[in-house]
Design a protein around this ligand. Structure first.
Ligand SMILES: [Zn+2]
Length: 315
C-alpha cells in the first residue's frame, strides 16, 4: 500500500461521516506501533510529527524518514503529516522530505495576521500539491493553546477558510492539549454549527482529554480528524514502567520498548475502531440483520475516493 495523501484519507471520511485518527509520533517505536495498530484495525491512519518532535530529534529528517519508510511498507493507507508548525522554513523542509500534508499554526497571531500568514503558506503548499490544515480559535492566556474555554466562531471560521483556502480547520470546541485525565467537555452543538458553516474537514486537537463516548459524539456531530498524542504516551509509559518494575534487572531497551510498543498498538486499534464506527449509525451504513454497526472496510473512507510529561503543544 503506497504512502497515502491526506486528502485520500480525510475527504472520503468526511463525506461518509467517519472519523480519522492522527497520532503523534515521538520515536520510531511510536510510529511502528501506530502502523501496527492501524493494520490490526484495517483502517487508514495518520502519522503526525510535531515541530516539537522534530526539535527533540534535533531535525525533522531522521524521524520523517522513518515514518515515510513505515508508511510505504504498511498494509493500510498511511499519511505522514507535519503537526503544529509555526515556522514556514519547517513547512518547506517537510515538503522537500516528502511529507504530503502540514498543519501550519499561526493561531497565536491576531486574526488578520493569522489569515495573511496562513493564506501565504497554503498558496505555497497548494502549488506543490500539499494538503494544509490551519487553526482558528486559540485565545492564549494562562491555559495556553487550545484553552478549554476557547471557542471558534462559526461565521469567522467560514470566513477564515474562504480567505485562506485551507483544506482542513482545527477548531476550539472545549478540548485542551496534554490532558492526563479524560474529562474534557466538548461543545457538541458548536461542532455541529461549525460543520454546517465550514466546507472543509474539522480537526479536533487535544483529543486525549476527551472520553470515548464524547469522541464518538464529536464524530457524529461533524468532526473528522481526531488528533491524539498524550493518550499514547500514557499507555506507552505505563507499559514500560510495569515492565521495568516486573523485571528490575532488565537492561535491553528492546525488552521494555517492545512492551511500550505493544501497548500503543492495542490502543491505536481501539481508538481507530471507536472513531471509524462512530458515525455509521447516523450515516445509514448499518447493515440490516447484523447485531451492530458494520466496521468499514479498509478501502472505505480511504480508497472509496481514493507522555505524561509531553512537550507542548501536544494533543
Ligand atoms: Zn494540537
Amino acid at each position: 500500500m503506497p504512502l497515502a495523501a491526506m486528502g485520500e484519507i480525510v475527504e472520503p471520511a468526511r463525506a461518509a461521516g467517519f472519523g480519522v485518527c492522527a497520532f503523534n509520533v515521538i520515536g520510531i517505536e511510536h510510529a511502528e506501533a501506530i502502523v501496527a495498530g492501524a493494520e490490526t484495525a484495517r483502517a487508514p491512519v495518520v502519522l503526525a510529527i510535531s515541530e516539537n518532535c522534530a526539535s527533540y530529534h534535533g531535525a525533522l529528517e531522521p524521524i520523517a524518514g522513518a515514518c515515510l519508510a513505515l508508511a510505504r511498507r504498511a498494509r493500510v493507507p498511511v499519511a505522514v503529516h507535519l503537526d503544529h508548525a509555526s515556522s514556514a522554513e519547517l513547512v518547506k523542509a517537510a515538503v522537500e522530505l516528502g511529507l504530503g500534508s502540514v498543519m501550519y499554526d499561526a493561531s497565536a497571531l491576531r486574526y488578520a495576521d493569522n489569515v495573511r500568514a496562513t493564506a501565504e503558506t497554503a498558496h505555497w503548499c497548494h502549488g506543490r500539491g500539499i494538503w494544509v490544515e490551519a487553526e482558528l480559535g486559540e485565545i492564549g492566556g494562562k491555559d495556553g493553546v487550545h484553552s478549554p474555554s476557547a471557542r471558534t466562531d462559526p461565521d469567522e471560521a467560514a470566513g477564515f477558510v474562504a480567505a485562506t483556502a485551507v483544506d482542513a480547520l482545527a477548531v476550539a470546541v472545549g478540548s485542551s492539549h496534554a490532558m492526563l485525565t479524560r474529562v474534557a467537555v466538548l461543545d457538541l452543538g458548536l461542532i455541529a454549527r461549525l460543520h454546517r458553516a465550514v466546507g472543509v474537514p474539522l480537526v479536533l486537537h487535544g483529543s486525549s482529554g476527551v472520553p470515548d463516548q464524547d469522541l464518538a459524539a464529536a464524530v457524529r456531530a461533524g468532526m473528522t480528524k481526531i488528533n491524539i498524542a498524550t493518550q499514547l504516551n500514557k499507555v506507552f509509559t505505563a507499559a514500560v514502567r510495569a515492565c521495568l518494575t516486573a523485571e528490575p534487572a532488565a537492561v535491553d531497551p528492546r525488552r521494555y520498548g517492545s512492551a511500550g510498543r505493544d501497548a500503543i498498538a492495542a490502543e491505536v486499534a481501539r481508538l481507530l475502531r471507536l472513531t471509524r464506527t462512530a458515525g455509521i449509525v447516523e450515516t445509514g451504513i448499518v447493515q440490516e440483520g447484523t447485531a451492530g454497526p458494520r466496521e468499514p472496510a479498509v478501502g472505505e473512507g480511504a480508497k472509496a475516493g481514493g507522555a505524561g510529561e509531553p512537550l507542548s503543544p501536544v494533543e
